[in-house]
Ligand binder design. Structure first.
Ligand code: SF4
Length: 207
């Protein structure tokens, strides 16, 4: 497997960010063999980071994994601070409730990059209307479906069949037969992804 720019991002962050869809689960994922940053100087490891460096890396991991622009993340942080409750939980909920994130989690597509493209191309409907904004915030009761066009529905069907953990999130339901996602409730803290250190990310933006 060629490393490519996406694999370099994982190596820079020192963890699997699953940027290449199904290929990331293969034994050939370069991060399994080369757990050191990319560059011409070989395996020198990741070195010691300052407190700021650790917070920055945590933030970069999230940003690169979700493929979100810096300004958008800052906006989520500002909004999370204004909402009642824990800022970190609010922040992560806002990100998880993005339309592109939901279709990825539900297994309609095999990577976040594909999720963004699929939404941007107008191939996802929310409550029977095309929504082409990847950052669109889904709401409880929303019904999400692929555009009813054979080539689109066939792709979604194929993805849902190959995905093993489909429908495992408790805050939405995936009806694989009817190719339909229903948002049942907002994610609880325990539903939020564990691979990101939200505390460090919030510390970074609170600086
Ligand atoms: Fe490349 Fe995917 Fe492995 Fe990251 S997780 S290094 S994108 S194959």
């Amino acid at each position: 497997m060629k490393f490519g720019p996406q694999c370099k991002i994982c190596r820079r962050e020192g963890k699997k960010l699953f940027l290449k869809g199904d290929r990331c689960n293969a034994a050939k994922c370069p991060l399994l063999k080369r757990k050191y940053p990319p560059g011409m100087h070989g395996p020198k490891g990741y070195g010691r980071l300052s407190e700021y460096g650790v917070q920055l890396r945590a933030k970069q991991c999230l940003k690169r994994s979700y493929n979100i622009l810096e300004q958008q993340i800052k906006n989520y942080f500002k909004k999370a601070k204004r909402l009642k409750g824990d800022t970190g939980v609010n922040f992560m909920k806002l990100i998880e409730l993005r339309l592109d994130s939901v279709i990825y989690l539900a297994g309609f597509v095999n990577s976040r990059k594909n999720a963004r493209q699929t939404v941007s191309h107008g191939n996802i409907f929310v409550n029977n209307k095309a929504v082409d904004i990847p950052s669109y915030q889904v709401k409880v009761g929303d019904i999400i479906t692929p555009r009813p066009k054979k080539e689109i529905t066939d792709k979604v069907k194929e993805q849902l069949t190959s995905r093993k953990d489909q429908g495992l999130k408790s805050w939405f339901n995936v009806d694989a037969k009817n190719l339909q996602i229903t948002i049942l409730k907002e994610p609880e803290p325990e539903d939020l992804p564990k691979e990101f250190d939200i505390k460090l990310i919030i510390e970074f933006y609170n600086r």
